[in-house]
Design a protein around this ligand. Structure first.
Ligand code: NAD
Length: 249
């Protein structure tokens, strides 16, 4: 498929995991993709990167302006950069709360703020935000991360309403546990990483976590005209975690 031919996309957090898989997929389908990342290292040939911290409004604006100056347009924004925090409400400090919300929520706002004026000129404008299953499922020891992703869901709906009449579709994907360096880092800290990985897979209704490529495919669908009348929705890519309750085997 070459359905993104001629289109220009930015992917935040595009140098790792879901963002990298998305940047590769959209590039393979004809888009010019720029990965915006804190550390835009190790990107494959054909995917330019820009060093951007989404908590820095001036950096975000400069990056969006540079993309439009270099490539002449902007059609697709994948708001994907995110960080996590572990703990219940007694654990995380105000500084940690504000840092995670700054990256996960306000970071998306900053990118959209500077991208929307350009997207208004695109005939196939789309924004896809990376949410998470934790926005709806109470997950232990993830109070801060869950609150941030609940905000991403509400942000997606509100942005979709604001921009639908301008021809900009805003949607989000909600991965369950995805096989990315983020999850590898968590598992590698456990006493027995192999056993932890096996248990994590067994816990999923499909018997395995989802792949970064599967999430990227959902993002590409929401970013492409194939989903032309889909707006303000959530597409779950979660091995069945959010909706299924299986009997014990
Ligand atoms: P990852 O850690 O592999 O990649 C995240 C990327 O974001 C990294 O390249 C990192 O440098 C970049 N980044 C972090 N802070 C940034 C900042 N301030 N500015 C710019 N870039 C920044 O993680 P991933 O698993 O691919 O996660 C991507 C998104 O998917 C996140 O929003 C995460 O919340 C969401 N998600 C992941 C999972 C999962 O299980 N992996 C599940 C649900 C949702």
């Amino acid at each position: 498929m070459n359905d993104f031919a001629g289109l220009v996309a930015v992917v935040t957090g595009g140098a790792s995991g879901i963002g990298l898989a998305t940047a590769k997929l959209l590039t393979g389908r004809g888009a010019t993709v720029v990965a915006l990342d804190l550390k835009p290292d190790g990107l494959p040939d054909g995917i330019p990167g820009l060093a951007v911290d989404v908590t820095d409004d001036a950096q975000v604006k400069a990056a969006v302006d540079e993309v439009v100056e270099r490539f002449g347009r902007l059609d697709v924004v994948v708001n994907n950069a995110g960080i996590s925090a572990v703990g219940d409400v007694t654990v995380n400090s105000d500084e940690e709360w504000l840092r995670v919300l700054d990256v996960n929520v306000v970071g998306m706002v900053r990118v959209a703020r500077h991208a929307v004026p350009h997207l208004r000129r695109s005939p196939s404008a789309a924004i896809v935000n990376t949410c998470s299953i934790v926005a709806w499922a109470g997950v232990e020891q993830r109070v801060l991360y869950s609150a941030s992703k609940g905000a991403v869901h509400a942000l997606t709906l509100a942005m979709a309403a604001d921009h639908v009449r301008e021809g900009i579709r805003v949607n989000c994907v909600a991965p369950g546990t995805a096989d990315t360096p983020w999850v590898d880092r968590l598992i590698d800290r456990m006493p027995d990483p192999d056993a932890a990985r096996a248990a994590l897979n067994e816990f999923q209704p499909m018997g395995r976590v989802v792949t970064a490529d599967e999430v990227a495919n959902a993002i590409a669908y929401l970013a492409s005209p194939l989903s032309g009348s889909t707006v303000g929705t959530v597409l779950s890519v979660d091995s069945g975690m959010h909706g299924l309750r299986l009997r014990p085997p």
